[in-house]
Design a protein around this ligand. Structure first.
Ligand code: HMG
Length: 389
């Protein structure tokens, strides 16, 4: 059965920080952030956006009434969950107006959660060929002010509808995955900020990539020349370049150049948003599909998902004929272009603002224009209140 991505969209908050200005204030050469890390802008989530509202906006940007009727499974990948018990999927299900007879769950394994959602969606559709599944990856990446991870923060969500006979990307059922219990990046329940061993996390990411790709090659008999392009989990966009160099280290330069040509298209959105954890790989895929010249139908794209802690998976998909017709390049460019730049003082104040942790009520008074369609309007008697415009 042909199963894959039928629709894909993303949302990011409407405010950002310019990385060169952040570098100046931190006393760092701006080229370290823009070239060494590879980030130009970093989206910041104001208090009225959490993983639920970000995911709801991404979903609302792609769903039509037929999807709302046919979606019977909502899979919410996130490591920025807002409740220990209730899944973000239940709120998004309501905010997006999906029919009642659906299942909803949240999936957590660092940045890998949305990939787990895709794998579960494929199995579900194989058993229920008329189903559509909504897979979400929504996160706010926060390391804190003046930390090593600060230039690799970000916020946003990707929403995908998976179905039989998809119009954008057929997914091969051929992945290779790996799990190892390591402490490269984690966020204890008591902390708003992630803890990270930066250098070790980079090494772990590349080690996983090489091992799972070797395993994938063994399982499928494919090699790098079978891929028109590769997309990677992008905690920062330079990581994608490191990934290509790691995969091509024993090959001639033409192979590196071939993959590097599409790399620039695959990082175009990510370098303006920052790390969106679970959504990062899929934001990169969207960027590639929308920004690169049209691939021939049947071209194979490789996808590497990495979630610290750690789980890695390499899998692949094949672009469908006329897939560009089903993308929304103009709308996505507007989401990025219509954002407002925050001064560094505004950014610092926004990053440190937090919802009450003592059970008190809050009405989120909103001076920000253009909140997106869905937003968190407050908390009353410990219940989060979301609104849709
Ligand atoms: P750092 O110590 O600030 O930076 O940490 P650095 O000194 O390693 O420099 C970074 C790069 O900039 C280097 O290039 C420098 O040479 C270059 P590289 O050797 O890496 O190719 N550089 C310059 N380039 C041009 N002009 C200059 C200049 N100066 C330096 N003047 C680090 C960087 C990414 C480690 C840090 O920001 C961090 O800890 N970030 C968070 C962790 C992270 O993103 N890890 C990635 C792998 S783990 C992962 O992807 C999972 C994750 O998404 C979480 C999840 O799964 O949920 C994080």
């Amino acid at each position: 059965m042909d199963i894959g991505i039928d629709k894909i969209g993303f949302y990011t908050p409407n405010v950002y920080v310019d990385m060169e200005k952040l570098a100046e204030v931190r006393g760092v050469d701006p080229a370290k952030y823009t070239i060494g890390i590879g980030q130009e802008k970093m989206s910041i989530a104001p208090l009225h956006h959490d993983s639920v509202s970000l995911a709801a906006n991404a979903a609302l940007s792609i769903l039509d009434d037929e999807d709302r009727e046919k979606i019977d499974f909502v899979l919410f990948g996130s490591e920025s969950g807002v409740d220990h018990s209730k899944s973000g999927a239940v709120w998004v299900h309501n905010l997006a107006g999906i029919q009642q007879n659906a299942r909803c769950v949240e999936l957590k394994q660092a940045c890998y959660g949305a990939t787990a959602g895709i794998k579960m969606a494929m199995g579900h559709i194989a058993l229920n060929p008329d189903s559509k599944v909504l897979v979400l990856g929504a996160d706010i990446a926060k390391y804190g002010l003046n930390t090593g991870g600060e230039p690799t923060q970000g916020a946003g969500a990707v929403a995908m509808v998976l179905s039989q006979n998809p119009r954008i990307l057929s997914l091969d059922n051929d992945s290779a995955s790996m799990t190892k219990d390591i402490s490269d990046f984690w966020r204890p329940l008591y902390s708003d900020y992630a803890f990270v061993d930066g250098k070790f996390s980079n090494e772990a990411y590349l080690g996983f990539l090489k091992e799972v790709f070797d395993n994938y090659k063994e399982k499928t008999g494919r090699n790098l020349s079978d891929f028109e392009a590769m997309c990677f989990h992008l905690p920062y966009t330079k990581m994608g370049k490191k990934a290509i160099l790691a995969l091509t280290e024993d090959l001639d330069e033409s192979e590196t150049k071939r993959l590097m040509d599409s790399y620039h298209d695959s990082i175009y959105y990510n370098k303006q948003v920052g790390n969106v954890y679970t959504g990062s790989l899929y934001l990169s895929l969207l960027s590639l599909l929308e920004q690169a010249p049209e691939f021939k139908a049947g071209s194979r794209i490789g996808l590497f998902s990495y979630g610290s802690g750690a789980v890695g998976e390499f899998f692949s998909g094949i672009v469908k004929p006329d897939y560009k017709k089903y993308l929304n390049k103009d709308a996505h460019e507007s989401v990025l272009d219509d954002r407002r730049e925050l001064s560094i003082e505004e950014y610092e104040a926004t990053l440190e603002k937090a919802l009450p942790k003592d059970g008190s009520d809050i009405a989120i008074d909103d001076e920000q224009v253009n909140l997106g369609k869905a937003y968190l309007s407050g908390i009353k008697e410990n219940v989060r209140l979301y609104s849709v415009k």
